[in-house]
Design a protein around this ligand. Structure first.
Ligand code: BES
Ligand code: MN
Ligand code: ZN
Length: 498
């Protein structure tokens, strides 16, 4: 897929030559200059007429008619160099890759000197561009019975020219693995609840484990009973589909000890149960395994990148259904931790499934835990659909995740984890905890409920109910599942500290 070599723009043969243009003097842009020379200054004419633009995010295509060996040149406007960041470069290239895909281009070549800028390391820029190459033109599966008239042409080769540093080759392949990890998450979220049950999710994880040589253990219903996961079992109680508890391990250190636990909410469809969702609120609830999808997407990238970290991925998987045997409001259940819970709302099921998975993580000696979950409508009201809500009992662990999220441009904002909330989730006359003490502040109450099971293990909670789905196409992908937090998790693991 990737090549990096030290060649010059005016001599290189390719279907599509990509050249970055900054808003600065043309004299300073050597690649532009040497192309312009080969064009007997005709590029200048196009710049003057506005047919070639250096405005940020603008893509301008020029046919070369044999003036240089490249068939076409795509100029990508990068705006003012001082304003450019790695994140903005990723988005600009997202636009560019969409254009290449429209034009059915399968092979492209990027001039490195033309995109090098003061605010970023070139490795980071190459990684970000490769992420964009994987993500921007990702197509989600559909079930139309009539074929689309234009089959999609995939980008098969991306060549970076103007340097031959080895570090750029691994930056490119890491970026591509990160982007594909997000695509894996998107694919899973996109699958409807009838086509992705807990059993299907476990089978997907098994295939991935085989591909990457991960250790994997899938607990079936009996195994989950033996573990004593009363909370996960209660959520599953109304379903004809059996639950699964997925445990996947990647050993990145010489000894298997003190892993980091990545926990993903895996509710393959959330009806709300007896606390039934209204007919409009139930639509889209196939996305309720978005946390599990992010964790599996991250594990796919981790399998390629193989960071020096021990990682245990944990996914409690089931749907949340109604039947004569489903769990009910007022039920009292015993979680794996031994803590009892009064069920006040069967639609507050995610925190129950997460509770048992987090207890399992602690029993496995996890030294840090991060959970990812489409946990509450409250976080959507609070932060909208661009920002993931975070809670923690350990500021430095959140700091690590926050730093990683900034690298991949996934926004996170911390929500408070306060004693008043910790007390509120314990407000029950009949049990240790109450799974739904009220609507006021229910995003932070949900997080605080989960935190009660993390106890003193460093823990971060990421509520992606708002960010897991995009309402419209964006620079890095289509409308629909975003695969959010898959890349943040991977980056966190790549930089993980003791
Ligand atoms: N899966 C939902 C949260 C959700 C809402 C995800 C919208 C994506 C979009 C979760 O299980 C849920 O139902 N939460 C309830 C909690 C309430 C019962 C305290 C909610 O947010 O209303
Ligand atoms: Mn629910
Ligand atoms: Zn849910």
């Amino acid at each position: 897929m990737f090549k990096v070599s030290n060649e010059t723009v005016e001599k290189h043969e390719t279907e599509a030559l990509i050249v970055g243009l900054f808003e600065k003097n043309k004299q300073d842009q050597l690649e532009y200059q040497s192309l312009n020379e080969a064009f007997q200054s005709e590029l200048d004419t196009l710049v003057e007429s506005g047919d070639i633009s250096n405005a940020y995010g603008k893509v301008s295509k020029v046919h070369t008619f044999g003036k240089v060996p490249a068939k076409r040149i795509y100029f990508i406007g990068l705006g003012k160099e001082d304003d450019l960041t790695t994140n903005k470069t990723r988005n600009a290239f997202g636009k560019l890759f969409k254009k290449l895909s429209e034009d059915q281009i399968s092979q492209a070549c990027i001039s490195l000197p033309s995109i090098t800028h003061a605010n970023s390391e070139l490795e980071d820029v190459v990684e970000a561009i490769s992420e964009a190459a994987a993500m921007a033109t990702n197509v989600l599966s559909t079930y139309h019975t009539e074929q689309d008239d234009q089959p999609k042409v995939e980008l098969e080769q991306l060549h970076f020219i103007g340097s031959d540093e080895d570090s750029l080759v691994s930056a490119a392949s890491n970026g591509y693995a990160l982007g594909n990890g997000a695509n894996v998450a998107r694919h899973l979220v996109n699958l409807p609840g009838n086509l992705l049950t807990a059993v299907d999710l476990a089978a997907f994880a098994e295939d991935m484990a085989e591909k990457h040589q991960f250790d994997i253990e899938i607990y079936e219903k009996e195994g989950i009973e033996e573990l004593g996961m009363g909370a996960l079992l209660s959520v599953n109680q109304g379903s004809l589909e059996p639950p699964r508890f997925i445990v996947m391990k990647f050993q990145g250190k010489a000894e298997w000890d003190n892993p980091v636990a990545l926990v993903g909410k895996g509710i393959t469809f959330d009806t709300g149960g007896y606390s039934l969702k209204p007919k409009d609120g139930i639509i889209g609830m196939k996305m309720d395994m978005g946390g599990a999808a992010s964790v599996l997407g991250a594990m796919d990238a981790i399998g390629h990148i193989r960071p020096e970290e021990n990682i245990i991925a944990l996914i409690p998987a089931t749907d949340n259904m109604i039947s004569d045997r489903a769990y009910k409001p007022d039920d009292v259940i015993v979680t794996m931790s031994g803590k009892t819970v009064e069920v006040r709302n069967t639609d507050a099921e995610g925190r129950l499934a997460l509770a048992d998975a987090i207890t399992y993580a602690r029993q496995q000696g996890a030294r840090k835990i991060v959970d990812v979950a489409t946990l509450t409508g409250g976080v959507v009201v609070a932060l909208g659909d661009q920002v993931t809500g975070a809670m923690t009992n350990n500021e430095s662990w959140l700091g690590e995740i926050q730093a990683a999220s900034e690298k991949v441009d996934e926004l996170i904002w911390q929500l408070p984890y306060l004693d008043v909330y910790k007390k509120a989730v314990r407000n029950s006359h009949i049990a240790d905890l109450n799974n739904s003490p009220g609507r006021k502040g229910h995003a932070v109450l949900a997080g605080s409920f989960v935190g009660a099971f993390a106890e003193d293990t460093p823990w971060v909670h990421l509520d992606i109910a708002g960010t897991a789905m995009a309402e419209a196409p964006h620079d890095l992908g289509p409308k629909g599942p975003t695969g959010v937090m898959a890349r943040t998790l991977v980056k966190t693991m790549m930089n993980s500290s003791k």
